[in-house]
Design a protein around this ligand. Structure first.
Ligand code: URA
Ligand code: SF4
Length: 183
């Protein structure tokens, strides 16, 4: 399967009930050959309307944080655990995450990132394991099969609690520094 076929498969998917209310599937944005893969939760209202991840307020904050910590556009690809918007922005259910996970795995196989960054606990528990809450994952590296996993707060959490901003900046700087050693 190539990227185009994968995109077509996701766009036509109705493997879980999140398909019922979506306007657009949200596949991802960024460099398909990037060394860093950021994984969020799932699309919100703006993302559902535009078909692009992290384009609302939280996304603007994330883009700003990435730019100011030194990331270049070519350094990353951004996607979500689920590709369709959960109603009222509730957390995706474990069954929905499981149904959608083969797409994330396929994206991972094609992108071949060296670093995976989980944005928030939904992503970290889906990617790393049930016990991997973001507070324990952030600021650390977990190596699996030659890929480095880490995480930071979900940017929406920063909108609710601006004191977390400095921590996210620190986390992103740590990731950026690691990336420089891998380049
Ligand atoms: N929150 C997410 O987890 N993903 C998005 O794409 C936007 C907001
Ligand atoms: Fe398919 Fe994922 Fe959308 Fe569910 S969330 S319908 S599994 S693409």
């Amino acid at each position: 399967m190539n990227w185009e076929d994968l995109t077509k498969a996701i766009s036509a998917c109705n493997k879980c009930s999140l398909a019922d209310n979506r306007t657009n599937v949200v596949i991802g944005r960024g460099n398909v050959g990037a060394p860093v893969l950021f994984v969020g939760e799932g699309p919100g209202a703006n993302e559902d309307a535009q078909g692009q991840p992290f384009v609302g307020q939280a996304g603007k904050l994330l883009d700003m944080a990435l730019e100011s910590t030194g990331f270049e556009q070519a350094d990353y690809y951004i996607t979500n655990v689920v590709k369709c918007r959960p109603p009222q922005n509730r957390n995706p259910l474990p069954t929905e995450c499981e149904a959608c996970m083969p797409y994330l795995r396929a994206q991972f196989k094609m992108i071949r990132p060296k670093i995976i960054v989980c944005l928030g606990s939904v992503a970290s528990t889906a990617m790393i394991g049930k016990e991997a809450k973001i507070t324990s994952v952030r600021g650390t590296w977990i190596e699996r099969g030659g890929v480095l996993f880490t995480g930071t707060y979900h940017p929406a959490a920063l909108l609710r609690d601006p004191t977390k901003k400095i921590i996210m900046w620190k986390d992103l700087k740590m990731i950026w520094q690691k990336l420089q050693t891998l380049k």
